[in-house]
Design a protein around this ligand. Sequence first.
Ligand code: COA
Length: 504
Amino acid sequence: MPDTSRILCPVLSQRIMSAEEAAELIPAGANVGMSGFTGAGYPKAVPGALAERIRHLNAENTKPFRINVWTGASTAPELDGVLAEVDGIEMRLPFQSDPICRSRINNGTMDYVDYHLSEVSQYAWSGFLGKMDIALIEVAGIREDGSLIPSSSIGNNKTWIEQADKIILEVNSRQNAKLEGMHDIYYGTALPPNRKPIMLTDPADRIGEQYLACPPEKVIAVVETAAPDRNSPFKPSDDVSKKIAGHILEFFNREIELGRLPKELLPIQSGVGNIPNAVLEGLDAGPYKGLTAFTEVIQDGMLKMLKSGTLKVASATAFSLSPDGIKEFDENIDFYRDKIILRQQDISNHPELARRLGVIAMNGLIEADIYGNVNSTHIMGTRMMNGIGGSGDFARNGYLSIFVSPSTAKGGAISAIVPMVSHVDHTEHDVKIIVTEQGLADLRGLSPRQRAHEIINNCAHPDFRPALIDYYERALHSGRGMHTPHLLEEALSWHQRYEETGQM
Ligand code: COA
């Protein structure tokens, strides 16, 4: 049952209504800024009611009713899934991982703008995205003065609330009331030329406010909900992910021995996905104590590291927990409260902060080429998987950028190491280390030709290694440029072969 004790502001308690009534207030063509980041803190009721309304309207009218959906990052079936199913989204930004959205993006019925997550807020402020009509934000409570207790993610909520003409709030009493006080909302951002240094020098620093400021006069509806965040469980660590974690641990230990990393490492960032989560489990089994995380999401692996003392503090913008992880967090929130700080995504992922702190960035890849360029978003160069998310924010600006993947995909039909990537998200200049279950390629200080040897020999699967060596050798002796040798007519032939035969 909804818990009205979460709505303490007298003015806003007058605006309580049903999700269906609130959905009526969203007009066709609106730019709607929604809360939500990796399956946490997204609105749970109004998007579904809006999808129903769109379904009826579109059955009756010839002019389709669609809206533009801006969020923090990915959400869940109750938001992206239901709206995409009724073809209710004209344009989506800045990240998604929903299967229905993905198929609409790839069949051309939905436009998608894939942005670095730290940059979305400044783009919204700069104005070229257009005016935000409505912010639809899940919160854990409304205080007497109208300020908001944020939910299990912050994402772009501060910006949406400031930018939108009108605001709809979903107050979710299922979110743990003890989330109050875990957030740190920084009100010192500005557009250039008025920016000032952000005075954060340790992941544990608090530089802002615990609550989101919200002008009550902009709030047009308050909807009560009581549904949980929904995230898929992580796949258990398998042999491949354990080997990848093992190579990374060995690398860290060597860097510590050589005096190039402190024994507490540097603040770690770990991306979404099964492999990065498994790497965290590997780290937890290692010899480390008192590490810190300056990252985007808190996965199950990070809770375990906090519990064991491997990690002492984690700064992020959202949780990304499996159902078991949510249970663990809820039952032990008193333990976690002072060890986790949630910030808006333009601060959690800020390039200035990632560079100052010297973040160790660990993210997944779809494919890497023999010279170290990485594709983390596109299948065979054309089909969107999820999006770049925060990987570029951290990889480009961190101290060490590590990319991880199994060496093959689809039962061995696809090599993750290819002659030339079919799409580039992270260039050879940003990628420092590549790891597969086969081994680790440390690309720091190496020329392109040296990198090719390191990547092919250490990371490629033995089934594909001879063909990669053959490509490289022929490119090297082709009489063309020797700096980054390529056979242009053949560079993407592996992808073409896969499209034609189902096997690279
Ligand atoms: N070609 C085709 N499909 C491929 C592939 C390739 N080269 N490499 C991986 N895949 C497929 C896998 O088969 C799997 O598909 P399935 O779910 O149908 O089996 C899927 O991609 C995920 O691969 P998996 O090996 O399980 O890795 P993951 O869960 O760690 O995800 C990324 C890898 C790259 C998709 C993921 O890390 C991502 O979206 N990254 C971009 C965003 C990001 O890095 N954010 C980090 C900041 S939080």
